[in-house]
Design a protein around this ligand. Sequence first.
Ligand code: G6P
Length: 489
Amino acid sequence: RERFDGRPNRQRLLVVANRLPVSAVRRGEDSWSLDISAGGLVSALLGVKEFEARWIGWAGVNVPDEIGQKTLTKELAEKRCIPVFLDEEVVHQYYNGYCNNILWPLFHYLGLPQEDRLATTRSFQSQFAAYKKANQMFADVVNKHYEDGDVVWCHDYHLMFLPKCLKEYNSKMKVGWFLHTPFPSSEIHRTLPSRTELLRAVLAADLVGFHTYDYARHFVSACTRIVGLEGTPEGVEDQGKLTRVAAFPIGIDSDRFIRALEVPEVQKHVKELKERFAGRKVMLGVDRLDMIKGIPQKILAFEKFLEENPYWCDKVVLLQIAVPTRTDVPEYQKLTSQVHEIVGRINGRFGTLTAVPIHHLDRSLDFYALCALYSVTDVALVTSLRDGMNLVSYEFVACQDSKRGVLILSEFAGAAQSLGAGAILVNPWNITEVAAAIGQALNMPAEEREKRHRHNFEHVTNHTAQQWAEIFVSELNDTGIEAEKRISQ
Ligand code: G6P
């Protein structure tokens, strides 16, 4: 069969995620500018040579008119992207509401929002209805573009209903689902009003993947304890149908970071940063401004460290890059002002006429500036209260092969399972412990830094995003083979 790239032998992979790797900004009635994001998932899939990936997702913009939808669809097609158009009301109820105000905090152990606990179930129900409706809209687009032999890979907590919708269209479709967040203990998932419906919808997939073995185990326990299904070493079985469940820890495209350090523009940034912070150790935090990232706790730990170690006050600086995110959700707005308040107080308390201890930026950095910053950093602070994996820790390690800086890493980030031996692991809720870890990191002898860095660098460069994608898709392709063998025997 003729493939869209004219090459007959490559299998098509339809990658479905809430967001396309491209964000669109409207410039006129029929003109668009497209901003490509080169995130982990994008580079992972570009690297997979056996597959021809196409993306299906929301372009992050409301396009109510037909002309706009047509022209945007055409422009995105050149980037192998297919848009799903969601109107403002759906976005509000599905994305801001059910995804980011209910599932996201719940999966990160922050519980359900207060008003839902108090049984104002009207908003919960309408948000859940919008979630299902949005998932059905994604399914309609997938179904329209699906061809026999394609594999469909659904991503993340936004699309837990999608496997079910897709299998209803076509039970033969190969469908995988991967969760980028933690999957919480079944006792947490149990509190969700739609707990069973969601689990059953995910189980319609052939393969269900998580970053860590623990998340996979929690998912299987939720299916056995809440839905009453049977857990097996391979996954979950329901009336003879097996859904394979396994851990697939993601990685980064480490070469891209290592190569960037050779680029003159990055070296120029490095030089400037070194001059700017000469005589001071650089500590770095890079996070989306999200409550799961533990930014206030991290800054308070830094304050405690300064309080207890006045010697370090003018010899260390904390650079905190806090990338604004989900700014329409009230919880996120509150967090911004809370962080600003703490930073202001600490800078007022420990700053001098010439220097402040914390540089806090409410913005993202471009890739080169980020690589430069990673490479001049002495201590990276990744203190998420919960985090599916946390690739900032991987990116930092990839950029540190000459400096051998120290990584302080939350034990509640998925990355603690892979970088735990090289990092200093901390409980981010324990500010005293994090303050002590800062002291330990700043004073660590070169030999120990070298040993820890080596461990992490080897892991990061040997477990790449590309391998992650290849392993997942090849396992997805293999699902059902055992069952078919059993039947034919
Ligand atoms: C997390 C989620 C992703 C999401 C990203 C950015 O990493 O797992 O699915 O895309 O945050 O959040 P946003 O809401 O801006 O897409």
